[in-house]
Design a protein around this ligand. Structure first.
Ligand code: HEM
Ligand code: HEM
Length: 447
């Protein structure tokens, strides 16, 4: 009886792939219209994982087609037979081309982010030119629509053929059953059940990912798709360049105030502008070495919730003497990809194209250090990142005891002024513009 029915492996794969494809279609359309956030990134990650699974199953399906004998084609007119062949061919193109184009989209994104299927299996990128990104995205979407149309045709064809042919039992050839007569009895309920399940698979992403801000860690891997969908992502290289011109030489008289509109000085009230350089100009600042254990942190507000993070790598060149502020100078470098908010999925979003992906190293260079009285100081200067330079003032307290200095300070930044947060993140609906930056470290006088 096997000759009238598909092999069991072919049937199992047919339905598994059909189910997953419908889920993928729903998920693809849903996820690209979700508001950005952790839920969206989890959805993207799951889309990639399921998509590659479909690719593997489809390749297996094609292989089985060559190995296991297929039942003889059902009787049909020449034209119907041709149409059926074309639809099947198109379905195979969808099953394999859909995932392949998706894989190319991910491989050609501006910022290559390692892919990890289901959060576990590292998955390589295809070695293809970034120039293909646009066309891959187009094809991916066109194939999705084509696939949906073909599935509708295929379903209509199967039902029509089944009912029209009377004794043909076409659907019975593709449903699990122990015998052909049993398959025949079960065909119509099975087809209805299958159609219901496929419809549910298509709609389920809308239930699974309801864009709650504190999204399911669910199927997340730590791999957001820098899907190339955000051409707004900053293209600029890092950063150090523009600063130099604006930074005054250490010995120079300072003229500029931190007049920036964006930059607030949190700790330092504007009160009496202290007797900064009044001290002995003869004194020479000494170099300080930052000791291990310091922290450079930030707090951002996402949908009203405070998100705490830090940068794991940063370094500072400090030339400082309270009695020689005019010659003192602080330079801080922060490789932005060392961002760490203790959440893998959020971190990879921050390391993606919309945030720090191409923002390079942030560099702060002081141009003027002032003493506000007591242990309080400010350092005004220029912060450069993502190709943008802005005046920024750090407020800090400094406690020096012998060769050791303890420093605590803060500043406020407007992330939008630096183009951090592109695409939908450029608006401040979800992530506020203001980011509080805090730092705390100890330094030792270089011998
Ligand atoms: C995403 C959804 C689907 C895909 C990708 C798909 C794909 C395919 C492919 C490629 C074949 C050809 C197998 C061969 O190489 O001979 C096939 C056959 C078949 N499919 Fe589907 N299918 C889908 C959904 C459905 C649905 C909803 C039904 C519902 C009745 C169905 C019923 C059948 C039947 C009865 C056959 C066998 C046709 C024959 O005997 O020649 N398929 N399907
Ligand atoms: C298995 C079959 C797949 C189907 C049916 C499918 C379907 C879809 C659909 C309908 C969309 C929304 C298209 C739009 O309106 O922009 C989409 C987007 C996307 N898919 Fe897939 N997909 C599949 C596999 C994959 C795979 C394997 C990957 C990556 C490994 C992938 C990556 C993407 C990406 C990155 C987007 C977003 C593109 C954008 O930013 O517009 N897809 N997919």
């Amino acid at each position: 009886m096997t000759s009238t029915r598909y092999a069991r492996s072919a049937i199992a794969l047919h339905w598994a792939i059909a189910f997953l494809l419908l889920f993928q279609l729903g998920l693809g359309w849903h996820m690209t219209s979700m508001g950005k956030g952790a839920a969206m990134y989890a959805a993207f990650q799951f889309h990639k994982s399921i998509g590659i699974t479909v690719l593997a199953l489809s390749v297996l399906r094609v292989a089985i087609r060559f190995v296991k004998p297929r039942p003889a084609p059902v009787e049909s007119g020449v034209l119907t037979g041709l149409l059926m062949k074309l639809v099947h061919l198109g379905l195979y193109a969808f099953m394999i081309g859909g995932p392949l184009t998706g894989w190319i989209v991910v491989s050609t994104a501006k910022v290559a982010i390692p892919t990890r299927l289901f959060g576990v299996i590292p998955w390589p990128h295809l070695p293809v030119s970034h120039a293909l990104n646009g066309i891959a995205m187009e094809s991916h979407e066109v194939l999705a629509w084509m696939g949906l149309g073909l599935v509708a045709l295929h379903l209509a064809g199967a039902v029509r053929h089944h009912l029209g042919g009377g004794h043909e039992n076409v659907i019975g050839r593709m449903i699990p059953a122990v015998s052909a007569p049993e398959a025949a009895r079960r065909a119509i309920p099975a087809a209805l059940g299958a159609a219901g399940l496929l419809g549910a698979a298509f709609l389920s992403p809308w239930l699974l990912y309801r864009a709650a801000p504190a999204a399911p860690e669910a199927p997340a891997s730590d791999t957001p798709v820098a899907g190339g969908s955000d051409p707004a992502a900053a293209s600029s290289e890092a950063v150090e360049g523009p600063v130099q011109a604006e930074t005054s030489e250490p010995g120079e008289a300072q003229t500029d105030a931190p007049a920036s509109s964006e930059v607030a000085v949190p700790v330092a009230p504007t009160s009496t502008p202290a007797p900064e350089a009044s001290a002995t100009e003869a004194a020479k600042p000494v170099s300080w070495k930052v000791m291990d254990g310091g922290r450079l942190g930030f707090t951002a507000s996402m949908s009203g919730t405070a998100i705490e993070g830090r940068f794991d790598q940063w370094s500072a060149d400090i030339l400082f003497d309270p009695d020689a502020l005019a010659q003192s100078k602080i330079t801080v470098r922060v490789p932005l990809l060392s961002v760490n908010t203790a959440d893998g999925s959020r971190d990879s979003m921050l390391k993606g194209a919309d945030f720090f992906g191409s923002a390079g190293t942030a560099v702060f260079r002081s141009s003027r250090i002032r003493h506000l009285g007591g242990e309080r100081y400010t350092a005004s200067g220029t912060l450069s990142m993502n190709g943008v330079s802005r005046p920024v003032t750090l407020a800090f307290t400094l406690h020096i005891e012998g060769a050791r200095a303890d420093v605590t300070g803060s500043t406020k930044l407007d992330r939008t002024a630096f183009g951090i947060g592109q695409g939908q993140w450029a608006s401040t609906d979800q992530i506020a513009a203001n980011v509080d930056v805090t730092f705390q470290f100890s330094a030792r006088k270089a011998p």
